[in-house]
Design a protein around this ligand. Structure first.
Ligand SMILES: *[C@@H]1O[C@H](CO)[C@@H](O)[C@H](O)[C@H]1NC(C)=O
Ligand SMILES: *[C@@H]1O[C@H](CO)[C@@H](O)[C@H](O)[C@H]1NC(C)=O
Ligand SMILES: [Cu+2]
Length: 186
């Protein structure tokens, strides 16, 4: 019987790990419109609706004939000065993985395009509402059921529905895991 419970517990842990991995989101800049000067896409608005996390991927999709992507400093971003970018991408399907917190400034380096609004600020919040990595089911959390309690996880801002959903999912998983611990202890 204990063996069955152990196997069940292990499979739940594996499921949690799988769900942690699925939290890494892919954000296509401009959604279906992509990276363009057509249609006056409001990239500021686009980025404001997203909850960027470390581990997420940003995709710039565009016609490489007409556009490019430059990663720049804040000063360059503000002045649309692309004379010395941090990095330049030109494939037309550029995939950039987020590896750190803070602002990530990008614009199109084709003359006039940044001024026309083809610029985006990807802001990865330091204290994320739902940082899936903070209450991670690490080995230390497996020691005591008390640490599994999700009550000390900060509540998400109601402005982000997706974040709230992730938060609830995480809480449910953690509650489920706590129940498994209790089942094992009896
Ligand atoms: C752009 O920035 C460079 C330094 O990176 C500076 O030398 C140049 O004058 C700037 N150009 C404009 C138009 O401000
Ligand atoms: C761009 O790359 C992603 C994977 O990084 C792929 O799923 C997608 O189909 C590509 N899009 C185009 C238009 O090539
Ligand atoms: Cu452009």
């Amino acid at each position: 019987m204990a063996l069955v419970e152990r196997a069940m517990f292990l499979s739940i842990v594996m499921m949690m790990v799988a769900m942690q991995i699925s939290y890494a989101a892919v954000h296509k800049v401009g959604d279906s419109a992509g990276w363009t000067t057509l249609g006056n896409i409001d990239y500021k608005k686009w980025s404001a609706t997203k909850n960027f996390q470390i581990g997420d991927t940003i995709i710039f999709e565009y016609s490489a004939q007409f556009h490019n992507v430059m990663r720049v400093t804040h000063a360059m971003y503000k002045s649309c000065n692309g004379s010395s970018p941090i990095a330049t991408f030109t494939t037309g399907n550029d995939t950039i993985k987020i590896t750190n917190h803070g602002h990530h400034f990008f614009f199109c380096g084709v003359p006039g395009h940044c001024q026309a609004g083809q610029k985006v600020d990807i802001n990865v919040l330091r204290v994320s509402q739902v940082d899936a990595s903070s209450p991670a089911p690490s080995s230390s959390a497996l020691v005591s059921p008390a640490t599994v309690s999700a009550s000390n996880v900060p509540a998400p801002s109601p402005s982000n529905a997706a974040a709230t959903l992730k938060f609830i999912t995480l809480k449910m998983i953690m509650g489920f895991l706590a129940m498994q611990f209790l089942a094992l202890n009896f």
